[in-house]
Design a protein around this ligand. Structure first.
Ligand code: UD1
Length: 368
């Protein structure tokens, strides 16, 4: 068997690493009939701190090939990935292509494989925000309608797929592969003592991330979030690793100067996987528009305020850790005050978020 695994952007890397660890585990255990497994990096993310740092931290093998597509408009980026990946597929003719998550690389490779008649597996299938203004929602819909095998994280995802008419026989509830990376990395991440390095007391600071185009690309919404952070840093220290898109917009809109009067706000570069995990694990609460952080805080038992109007990960709300707070600064700060006065939620991960999802996926792929 030959399996080609695709990764392109930061949130993909922690979802492909565990598949390669599982292959290594099977090899060390002397399993026979192991597949040849290749890794293709599309190059959607290319900066060291958005890509290579994750390969180092997660011990992911060097990609067999990097398509080096870089940043561009959605159409041009998607097209470049398709052209590059078509060449790879025709050369390798794999039994399976595995795509993960919901970035442009995911949908572009899904479309390419399906048109070539190849078999496609999607890890993290079935998540839906029902908001088609999010590029990721389009990517999720396209990928899932094309996939031959759909690996889901929770029962709500299964229900979404069944409601869209996906054949039950293609769906496998396997749990959350990102939690495999988290569970394995956590002891090392904590040992890095990132909070202490920043002069912060564990359990007494907030971590913020913001990068959704809907939040940062227009001046009024970014300004509102920025002023909210100005208020937040009066309540507790705030660490904000700033995504390159967000940093560019903060500069464009002339907002950075305001932060000179905000001593509690630390703007830092995007961090690698382990440092960021350590920073989050020791925080008091998280404010984010990320998808993955809603799940990581769920596993860790940390309050998460999701700065969006909707989420494709409602299972984390049901678990009690995640709060969908929207974009109104007064509402967000009121929720912060409420959560700071309350005790921390208990970790309450959904079934099968247990660190062994890659094992279930590989067993299923190898079974045909
Ligand atoms: C992409 C994903 C998003 C994911 C996010 C995580 C899509 C549609 N979006 O959004 O789901 O949550 O990654 O980071 O696939 N840039 C760099 N270095 C890099 C990559 C990007 O400087 O390595 C800058 C470029 O100026 C680029 C901008 O960031 O134009 C945005 O990058 P892009 O890959 O287009 O989208 P993201 O916002 O990162």
């Amino acid at each position: 068997q030959k399996i080609v695994v695709v990764a392109g952007a930061r949130p993909n890397f922690m979802k492909v690493g565990p598949l390669f660890w599982e292959l290594a585990r099977l090899r060390a255990a002397g399993a026979d009939n192991l597949p040849e497994m290749m890794l293709i990096h599309t190059g959607q993310h290319y900066s060291d701190n958005m890509s290579e740092a994750f390969f180092r931290d997660l011990g992911i093998p060097e990609p067999d090939e990097n398509l080096e597509v870089g940043s561009d408009s959605h159409a041009r980026q998607t097209a470049a990935i398709m052209v590059g990946f078509e060449r790879v597929w025709l050369r390798e003719r794999p039994d399976w292509v595995v795509v993960v998550g919901d970035v442009n690389s995911t949908a572009a490779c899904a479309l390419t494989v399906s048109k070539l008649g190849g078999r496609l597996a999607h890890v993290e299938a079935g998540l839906r925000s029902r908001d088609r203004s999010m590029p990721e929602e389009i990517n999720r819909l396209v990928t899932d309608v094309l996939a031959d095998r759909l690996y889901t994280t929770d029962v709500l995802a299964d229900q979404n797929l069944l409601a869209e008419g996906v054949d039950q026989a293609k769906i496998r509830l396997v749990g959350n592969i990102m939690i495999d990376s988290l569970a394995r990395g956590l002891p090392k991440a904590r040992s890095l003592a990132v909070a202490a390095e920043l002069g912060l007391a564990p359990g007494a600071y907030a971590v913020v991330t913001l990068h959704r185009p809907s939040n940062v690309d227009a001046e009024p919404s970014l300004r509102a979030m920025w002023l909210m952070l100005g208020e937040l840093q009066r309540r507790l220290p705030v660490v904000f690793p700033v995504h390159p898109r967000t940093m560019a917009r903060l500069a464009d809109f002339g907002l950075l100067g305001l932060a000179k009067g905000w001593p509690g706000l630390r703007l830092v570069e995007p961090m690698g996987y382990l440092r960021f995990l350590g920073l989050v694990a020791d925080s008091r609460l998280v404010l984010t528009d990320s998808g993955g952080l809603q799940e990581e805080t769920c596993y860790l038992g940390l309050p998460c305020l999701t700065l969006r109007q909707n989420t494709e990960r409602p299972v984390t709300i049901a678990a009690g850790t995640n709060h969908l707070v929207g974009l109104e600064p007064a509402d967000i700060l009121a929720k912060v005050d409420q959560l700071l006065a309350a005790t921390k939620p208990a970790p309450n991960p959904p079934p099968l978020w247990d660190g062994h999802t890659a094992r279930r996926i590989m067993a299923d792929l190898l079974a045909g």
